[in-house]
Design a protein around this ligand. Structure first.
Ligand code: ACO
Length: 330
């Protein structure tokens, strides 16, 4: 029997009110249509942050909801780990803005950059901090304003993404019956250029030339990303299940990163988990990068699909490439 070190005490989400449907792309002059997007991705609509809505503000809404569910006050949080590919600014981190906003005066706070796998990475880091004795209570957040970094002139990528945040409070496990049972993380940076923002960092800083050639926006080789996502998410499912000494049949719910329903179906099939045990909301959110799994988890709890005793498998894949997985008993 695996004795968990940390358990999920509460979850929350922060979602912009504005909904953008597939039909709304016509107004941008993009040559795309609802049927193409639904058939290739399963996406029907996504939420888009208003100008004043930031990565931090969405994170704060999600965090407050998670803290309320967990019955944890801001002063009890020892660490804030915020995953984002869309920090509100480059220095300092968005996590410190969240720390200040929440009044989490005792907390260490930092961002991590692992793209769509960021929540799984963040949960694994938090579990390690709890295991080492440094932390009792951690707030792990995935928060993304993808609408700020996608190229709204590139129909092959901008239709895929949406904005939002999901948060999780992780606490030291007092009993053996619930908590994180296994974790798995991997990366392959030799494939970074299949999904990236070529400019805008220290290597190629912002300048008129990179604004003109639009190389500060997300560039993606969709078909290649698709192939690697299916392969890596299948591998990650196997690894987390093996480490937890479980099989797909022991899993009550699979909550995968929500990028594309065809990737989700292939992952579930490989893990031998029927689709009625898979949580899917990509149709309503699009790909919210590292926010996608914690948003889905929060909805699954709200809808009674995750409850006390549920064994859940989480699996993610994203730019880097990075991928990871986790088995958690609730
Ligand atoms: N509307 C209409 N046509 C389009 C659109 C669009 N929005 N986008 C591309 N097309 C066209 C292409 O130009 C191409 O036309 P052509 O044949 O005349 O050249 C045609 O559709 C087929 O394009 P492909 O890229 O080959 O289409 P594919 O079936 O691979 O689907 C998609 C593209 C949906 C991007 C798919 O490859 C995919 O989902 N990849 C994974 C990408 C992903 O999820 N990235 C997110 C980050 S990583 C992660 O989170 C897992």
């Amino acid at each position: 029997m695996i004795r968990p070190v940390a358990y999920v005490a509460g979850t929350g989400r922060g979602i912009p009110a504005k909904v953008m449907s597939n039909h709304d792309f016509a107004a941008l002059g993009l040559d795309t249509d609802h049927d193409w997007i639904v058939e290739r991705t399963g996406i029907v609509e996504r939420h888009i942050g208003a100008p004043g809505e930031t990565t931090m503000s969405m994170a704060a809404t999600a965090s407050r909801a998670a803290m309320k569910r967990a019955d944890v006050s801001a002063g009890e949080i020892d660490a804030i780990i915020l995953s984002t590919a869309t920090p509100d600014r480059l220095l300092p981190s968005t996590a410190v803005d969240l720390q200040a906003e929440l009044g989490a005066t005792r907390a260490a706070a930092f961002d991590i950059s692992a793209a769509c796998s960021g929540w799984v990475y963040g949960m694994t880091i938090a579990e390690g901090l709890i295991s080492s004795g440094v932390v009792e209570t951690a707030l792990v957040v995935g928060a993304e304003k993808m609408s700020a970094i996608v190229d709204w002139q590139d129909r092959a990528s901008c239709v895929l993404f949406g904005d939002g945040a999901g948060a999780t409070v992780l606490k030291r496990a007092a009993t053996a019956d619930r908590g994180i049972l296994s974790v798995y993380m991997r990366s392959d940076g030799s494939l970074a250029e299949l999904l990236w923002r070529p400019s805008g960092g220290a290597k190629v800083p912002y300048a008129q030339a990179v604004l003109d050639d639009r190389s500060t926006y997300v560039k993606m080789a969709g078909r290649e990303v698709f192939k690697h996502a299916v392969r890596s998410m299948a591998d990650a499912c196997d690894r987390a299940l093996d480490a937890a000494r479980l099989t797909g049949q022991d899993i009550d719910i699979l909550i995968p990163h929500q990028a594309n329903v065809r990737i989700i179906e292939a992952t579930a099939k490989h893990a031998n988990i029927p689709m009625d045990k898979v949580y899917v909301n990509v149709d309503r959110y699009g790909n919210t990068s590292s926010a996608s799994i914690p948003i889905a988890l929060d909805e699954a709890i709200e809808r009674g699909r995750v409850a006390s005793g549920t064994t859940a498998l989480f699996v993610a894949f994203g730019a880097g490439f990075t991928w990871g997985s986790m088995v958690v008993r609730f």
